[in-house]
Design a protein around this ligand. Structure first.
Ligand SMILES: O=C(O)CCC(=O)C(=O)O
Length: 290
């Protein structure tokens, strides 16, 4: 690495700019803009929103084929965690997806998805963790939980996490369609066990997105032969730590070959002027040069 002179540093400091939005240059149709506006308003109000036909059946089929080796290692494990309220058979999720497959790269930077996430979290957001999920027959329901529980801040608070499920199979009451407690993202209190739970039934190809403060969980899969596959893309504000360490999880070689928008989404980006930079430089430029 070449040593920098005082002049180099002065140039770098003076050249510092706010990073562009992750949505910069993306185009959506008027119809999609209406979906974004409706979805963001619903998430603000109720805590979650479902977008039907987010993917076509061909896209769903393609994802299922590409992700087959990953779904092959999901399954049930027996849990005896009565204190946490998750006893029974719980499915094993598979994280660190970008290290294992290229199948979700384009999906992760889908314009409609990014505009909705930006509407919920604001301009500074990133991928927190990407997971494959496929609770099968015999999976018990999950305990209701919040996805932003690892950030110890008082509630209610501004949205810190926008979590999503992209359904690759139909979500039905029988196979465990997601349970959510409407408006619970506005609560100051802990979970109210008597709170009314809504279920989101949706067709394969739909997108479910929620504020990470909403109490929710997967339902029981009561079927004999249906799995409920989904891709879980979990975003958070980029001034908080990612749930999964993307810098260590994904090799430099894999990152190097990704589209720039995805590199930035995964954390190779600055927040405002200084945060996340290296030696006064945009981290992606620094990464490319070193
Ligand atoms: O499978 C679902 O519907 C929800 C999954 C979930 O909330 C989780 O695994 O944390």
């Amino acid at each position: 690495m070449k040593e920098k002179t005082l002049e180099d540093y002065v140039k770098l400091i003076e050249g510092m700019r706010m990073p562009e939005r992750l949505t910069a240059g993306l185009k959506i149709t008027q119809k999609q803009q209406t979906i974004v506006d409706t979805s963001v308003a619903e998430i603000k109000d109720k805590g979650y929103s479902a977008v039907p036909s987010f993917l076509t059946q061909n896209q769903v089929d393609d994802l299922c084929t590409q992700l087959e080796p990953i779904f092959a290692v999901t399954g049930n494990r027996q849990v005896d965690d009565k204190k946490r309220g998750w006893p029974g058979y719980q499915t094993v999720h598979i994280p660190n997806l970008y290290a294992k497959t290229r199948a979700i790269d384009e999906l992760s930077i889908d314009p409609l998805l990014l505009f909705i996430v930006e509407g919920v979290l604001g301009r500074a957001f990133q991928m927190s963790v990407a997971v494959a999920m496929s609770p099968g027959p015999g999976s018990d329901k999950q305990g209701l939980h919040q996805d932003d529980g690892h950030y110890p801040v008082p509630r209610p608070h501004q949205p810190l996490v926008a979590n999503t499920l992209i359904a690759l199979d139909d979500f039905t009451l029988e196979n465990g369609a997601t349970m959510l407690v409407p408006e619970s993202h506005k609560w100051e209190k802990e979970l109210d066990p008597k709170a009314e739970v809504s279920r989101v039934e949706m067709k394969a190809g739909s997108l479910l997105i929620w504020d990470g403060a909403v109490w929710h969980g997967g339902g029981e899969n009561k079927t004999k032969n249906e799995i409920r596959r989904s891709i879980n893309l979990n975003f958070n504000v980029s001034w908080l730590r990612q749930q999964e360490n993307q810098y260590i999880g994904i090799s430099r070689e894999v990152i190097r070959n990704m589209p720039e928008r995805l590199q930035r989404l995964l954390g190779y980006n600055r927040v405002n002027y200084l945060c996340g930079g290296v030696d006064y430089q945009d981290p992606l430029e620094y990464f490319r040069a070193n």
